[in-house]
Design a protein around this ligand. Structure first.
Ligand SMILES: Cc1cc2nc3c(=O)[nH]c(=O)nc-3n(C[C@H](O)[C@H](O)[C@H](O)COP(=O)(O)OP(=O)(O)OC[C@H]3O[C@@H](n4cnc5c(N)ncnc54)[C@H](O)[C@@H]3O)c2cc1C
Length: 451
């Protein structure tokens, strides 16, 4: 049994979890766990890019674009923090050797996506998430204070008097308690619960079910983004995303009669609605995305991953429109936090897609989520690092000095008989019940299919 009390326990190895771990000072012990292989995170899949404030003059427009996409339900303080801190975050990424596409003169080659008034998105071809995440993984693996455990699943929290002391974890078929002074939930969204989603199948919103069991405050679990354009395919598994930057570079949407029917650069929810309408009108399960207006050289250099994946499905995107359909993509809501990732439970933090700090409001502006994940992960790590440093200087420890014999776990479990399938089923039921309670119309339209 691991009796270590970690200074920070990070659940999830996507961009948010990795960046949080890397922002904890090297004299503090960090454990990172992930349900699957370290690379299997939605962060790794991000195609389009990451926004940044490219100059001070763009602040007001960037702020307004984010608010307009979010239907003005965003928390303004969070949006301000995200935009203001973006240049610093990008410069830290460059410090981890993240490579963004540049023009011939060496300056950044910014791209644009729906809802953006200007070009302000950094990208690495169409595999930006892989570039960022793999560099952060390399850095985390080199840190002696960070231990990474793969195929380990958080199944519950250790709680006493609304304070978190770590988690209950399942690893190689065994359940055990892991203690930590601070716990960071960075478990991503909930796409794995949906039949059609761009997310990895194992990203199933476990933190939300756990939060519901413990009475941790959630916000807008029903604010779920449906991405308008994923590759239409009859093959099972994850839906392959056709990034919004393809539309940003000039691709157009066509109905089954090959007529254009919407301004492709409107926010995602508006474009999704227009596609749904055309699909209903023509009794079709897809529409088309044509790249005929994009230069072939641009297709090959900017979208090699999409080009290759579509070719595997027998579609040459240089000559043939891509059949596309909407699919679940992103959760704007989540575990409610302040601008430091602090949740309603003491010593429990949430960052990345798991958290709802209000940046996205009712709808996310494209390419704001990687940025948001990194900005608020760093802020949460800052608070935790400060708390740990104070404790070290006072010579006291957190969980080690507490009587935790009565810590609260909301599940019935014993090491030999934890029923993982029943746990997953119950998690899904709890989350879907909450979505239905908040927005029955959305639930009926998108959540009825079993994953
Ligand atoms: C196809 C695709 C393209 C995208 N493109 C962009 C883009 O271009 N720009 C942009 O800004 N955003 C994009 N996004 C969104 C963005 O990638 C994510 O919102 C963001 O990366 C979330 O990062 P995260 O670290 O919060 O979670 P994730 O990267 O999803 O990581 C979640 C981690 O939690 C682990 N985990 C989950 N549950 C448990 C558990 N119970 N126990 C242990 N571990 C657990 C998982 O294994 C994983 O390691 C895209 C998303 C997808 C799916």
């Amino acid at each position: 049994m691991d009796t270590t009390v970690y200074d920070a326990l990070v659940v999830g190895t996507g961009a948010a979890g990795l960046f949080a771990a890397l922002c904890i000072p090297t004299d503090q012990r960090v454990l990172m766990i992930t349900k699957d292989q370290i690379e299997k995170s939605d962060s790794y899949l991000a195609q389009g890019g990451i926004c940044m404030l490219k100059d001070a003059e763009d602040f007001d427009l960037f702020f307004e674009d984010t608010l307009r996409a979010g239907r003005y339900e965003n928390r303004k303080e969070s949006v301000k923090v995200m935009i203001e801190e973006s240049p610093e975050i990008i410069s830290e990424l460059l410090g981890y050797h993240v490579d963004f596409d540049r023009k011939e003169d060496g300056s950044f080659s910014f791209t644009r996506e729906g809802g953006h008034s200007t070009y302000r998105i950094l990208h690495h071809q169409d595999v930006t998430g892989k570039e960022i995440t793999s560099r952060l993984i390399e850095a985390a693996k080199q840190r002696e204070n960070i231990t990474i455990l793969e195929y380990a699943t958080m199944i519950d929290l250790l709680e006493k008097d609304n304070c978190c002391y770590g988690i209950l974890m399942e690893h190689e078929g065994k359940c055990s308690k892991v203690y930590a002074s601070a716990t960071i939930l960075a478990t991503g969204g909930m796409g794995g619960l949906f039949r059609y989603s761009t997310n990895f199948r194992h990203i199933t919103g476990d933190s939300f079910a756990i939060a519901l069991r413990h009475g941790i405050q959630l916000e807008h679990l029903e604010y779920i983004q449906i991405h308008p354009t994923t590759l239409y395919s009859k093959a099972p598994g994850r839906s392959f995303l056709i990034s919004e930057s393809v539309r940003g570079e000039g691709a157009i949407l066509l109905n089954p009669q090959k007529e254009r029917f919407v301004d492709e650069l409107l926010p995602r929810d508006v474009v999704t609605e227009a596609i749904k309408k055309e699909m209903d009108r023509f009794h079709s399960d897809h529409v088309y995305l044509s790249l005929e207006k994009i230069d072939i050289e641009e297709i090959r250099t900017h979208f090699p991953n999409i080009l290759e994946r579509c070719l595997e499905e027998g579609i040459d995107i240089e000559t043939t429109p891509i059949p596309v359909k909407p699919a679940q993509h992103y959760l704007m809501g989540g575990i409610m936090t302040d601008v430091y990732g602090q949740t309603s439970m003491k010593q429990l933090f949430a960052v990345g897609e798991t958290a709802c700090n209000g940046v996205h409001g009712a709808n996310r502006l494209a390419s704001n989520s990687l940025l948001e994940s990194l900005v608020f992960a760093k802020r949460a790590a800052g608070i935790i690092a400060g708390q740990n440093a104070n404790r070290q200087s006072e010579g006291s420890q957190n969980a080690e000095n507490q009587d935790l014999s009565g810590d609260v776990i909301s599940l019935d479990w014993d090491e030999s008989s934890f029923d993982k399938e029943a746990w997953k089923k119950e998690n899904r039921r709890l989350i879907m019940q909450e979505i239905k309670r908040k927005d029955e119309a959305f639930y009926d339209q998108w959540c009825n299919d079993e994953a």
